[in-house]
Design a protein around this ligand. Sequence first.
Ligand SMILES: [Mg+2]
Length: 180
Amino acid sequence: MKLLILDLDETLIHATDCYLDRDPDFEVGPYAVYKRPGLDLFLSKVRSQFHLAVWTSSTRLYAAPVVENIFPHDVDLKFVWSRERCTMRFDPEHHDYEWAKNLDKLKRRGYKLEHVLMLDDTPAKLARHYGNLVRVKPFLGNLADRELFQLSDYLPTLAETPNVRRIEKRFWRKASTSEP
Ligand SMILES: [Mg+2]
């Protein structure tokens, strides 16, 4: 079974220190946290098709309660990695430093990158591993967002492919069935 690594902020949730026009789904410290539409359904679908893990560039202190709140309690997450597992790197495109997620770290854990997918809204964080990326639009609280519904249709098409890195994934929305 392939490993699907999920980013948190702006991919599965949006956390903000000023409330949106509605009550948040939950709060973590000073942050109001809003779940992306379709999150529960999305997780219930992908958990049967992939091994799941979380990798966020936010702190462990923040990530742990978010994970606690959004995943069903019987989900077996392979790991929850936070900033401590990221690498500071200069992003030439934005002339700024970025916490990068170096997927080579997975190889040391015995994972083959041909079998690893990463769901993330920030491509710069993937640095040299774009082949593993399924890029999502950043979620900033819009209730009309349909990204996770479409991904529920699209991701299963990658579950059986021998090498996910060989598949062109930049135009995945066209391959999904929920929207033309
Ligand atoms: Mg993100």
